[in-house]
Design a binder for this molecule. Sequence first.
Ligand code: ATP
Length: 238
Amino acid sequence: MTALLEVEDLRVAYGKIEAVKGISFTVEAGEVVTLIGTNGAGKTTTLRTLSGLLRPVGGRVRFDGRSLHDMPAHRIVSLGLAHSPEGRHIFPRMTIEENLLLGAFLRRDAAGVQRDVDHAYALFPILGERRKQAAGTLSGGEQQMLAMGRALMSRPKLLMLDEPSMGLSPIMMQKIMATITELRSGGTTILLVEQNAQAALSLADHGHVMETGRIVLSGTGEDLLHDESVRKAYLGED
Ligand code: ATP
């Protein structure tokens, strides 16, 4: 069986600076895979390249059996690859519901879209309670929920989440992580980029540690969580 996402020897550069230096990994349908690593390791660059926002200088990406080479971002979304970006990028003056509907801009099935809006409100009740309010009035954690809800509105086969716990209180972070677990139980495949290695590895099937553009260690979430070098470098242990 081929994987849902296959990344092979991917290289991405900003001018002369190579930010991703030949990484390879796969994501199987139904899995949660996490990329962890320090600031500047190349995690965000990897996600932005997979969603078509950056062009690689080398390597291959196949998603659901197709090459994503030179494919525009909106085509990649229509194939089922959705991205909830770092820093959220919600539209503050639009309402919460309008922001959610933007995630469904390629869909023509109005009834299905309404069901998915209701599903987003079931996952994140606060969004439903405040559906007619400007999204800019939400707290940081609530905006993160909105960004996740919006990404889900395209009915993705693969959901890419870039640092969903960034800047959140411990309680909000637990809520986001619980939602990721819930989505996975519902069959959503997830590629998760996280600074919080403990939280990410605890729920991931597989993880990859990135350092300065390279994958330096890979394993199951469980294995990496117990790996001595990971514990020292990322989990703050001596
Ligand atoms: P963080 O956790 O801090 O977001 P990251 O692992 O996601 O880190 P990237 O944001 O992918 O890392 O950055 C990888 C490298 O590319 C860094 O050295 C960064 O300074 C550089 N970089 C990122 N964006 C640009 C850009 N637009 N122009 C030039 N260099 C960039």
